[in-house]
Design a protein around this ligand. Structure first.
Ligand code: ADP
Length: 330
């Protein structure tokens, strides 16, 4: 079934699904996109990661011709945007951040009405509705009204709706935000099916596990700039030490213990972390030690009875926090 839904993805001689060069966007005096380059290869899943306000949605909106860039070149499905955005969007599927299904219609009617925007005739759309509902796991909900669906069902229907025109490229803005783990896994499973079937996928997320699961390549954005780009493994290898030891708990080291406002881990880190770690950060009650070889630190920690620790390989979240900082965003 995904093979049928992805039929558009396999047409011969496709242009690059999306090419962005030197994209800039300002609102008033505030530059929110400050020079982004991006080229998607057919069939890949590319993920834009970034904290709130990084510029992910604006990048997608510019790519689709929904927001006018201040500078830069965009080609979507081989066509210049914004000049030929409407035509280009006919070959693209979009899952927006907020579900915008029509609450007055049933699931099947939503698919029908949406399909008409693409100039598809009713018979063609009706022929596709069973496979779209099956893809969304909503076979039994054909005549159900939107307000009777759970959040996860609405997301799945929005995803299925984005496939009504058999797009070459599927663009998703935070597809699993607000979903419970079961619903997230189902969306991931469906996206993997589509990617396997040849559909190119561009998605934004602030969930590292989502990016690690789905992305062939990813970029981390902040303040309208790409801070790093590559496969998840490449980004981790290039940006961060391979081992992490998180240290927390009580420390009975000389002098520093019990200082006002200083956690045991912080006091320990100030005294010792630098001699074992290439880099360390203290956040709240925890010291994060980044190292090439954790063994000497673990031997030291074994002799500190009050401290607790967790050793793990470095992951994308470590890279994300290193590059974008630990301060809260709005
Ligand atoms: P993200 O999707 O990464 O959370 P956005 O692209 O939505 O980030 O926003 C990037 C920045 O642009 C934010 O600071 C946001 O407030 C600002 N912004 C987005 N849209 C508008 C707008 N229409 N007018 C003014 N500022 C905007």
């Amino acid at each position: 079934m995904p093979d049928d839904l992805a039929a558009g993805a396999r047409s011969a001689q496709q242009p690059a699904p999306l090419v962005i060069r030197g994209l800039r966007k300002s609102y008033g005096t505030k530059e929110v996109i400050a020079g982004i380059d991006l080229a998607l290869a057919a069939g890949e899943c590319f993920t834009l990661l970034g904290p709130n306000g990084a510029g992910k949605t604006t990048t997608l909106r510019c790519a689709l011709g929904l927001t006018a860039p201040s500078a830069g070149e965009i080609h979507l499905a081989g066509l210049p945007v914004p000049e030929r955005a409407r035509e280009a969007r006919m070959r693209v599927g979009v899952v927006p951040q907020q579900d915008n299904l029509d609450p007055d219609f049933t699931c099947a009617e939503n698919l029908l009405v949406y399909g008409r925007y693409f100039g598809l005739d009713d018979a063609t759309i009706k022929g596709r509705i069973p496979e779209l509902l099956a893809f969304a796991g909503l076979e039994g909900k054909r005549e159900a009204r939107i307000q009777t669906l759970s959040g996860g069902m609405k997301r799945r229907l929005t995803l299925a709706r984005a496939l009504v025109n058999r797009p070459e490229l599927l663009i998703l803005d935070e597809p699993t935000t607000g979903l419970d783990p079961q619903a997230r896994h189902l969306i991931w499973d469906r996206l993997k099916q589509l990617i396997r079937g040849g559909t190119t996928v561009l998605l934004t997320t602030h969930f590292m596990d989502e990016a690690e699961r789905l992305a062939d390549r990813l970029a981390i954005l902040d303040n309208g700039r790409m801070l790093t780009e590559g496969s998840p493994r490449e980004v981790i290898a290039a940006q961060i030490e391979p081992q992490v030891v998180e240290v927390y708990g009580d420390w009975n080291g000389s002098g520093a213990n019990g200082s006002a406002g200083v956690s045991g881990a912080q006091a320990w880190a100030e005294a010792h972390a630098g001699s074992f770690s290439r880099r360390y950060e203290v956040s709240g009650e925890t010291a994060f030690c980044y190292l090439d070889d954790a063994a000497p630190l673990l031997a030291h920690l074994a002799k500190q009875p009050g401290l607790r620790y967790l050793r793990r390989p470095a992951n994308l979240e470590d890279v994300f926090l290193k590059l974008t900082g630990r301060e809260l965003r709005d």
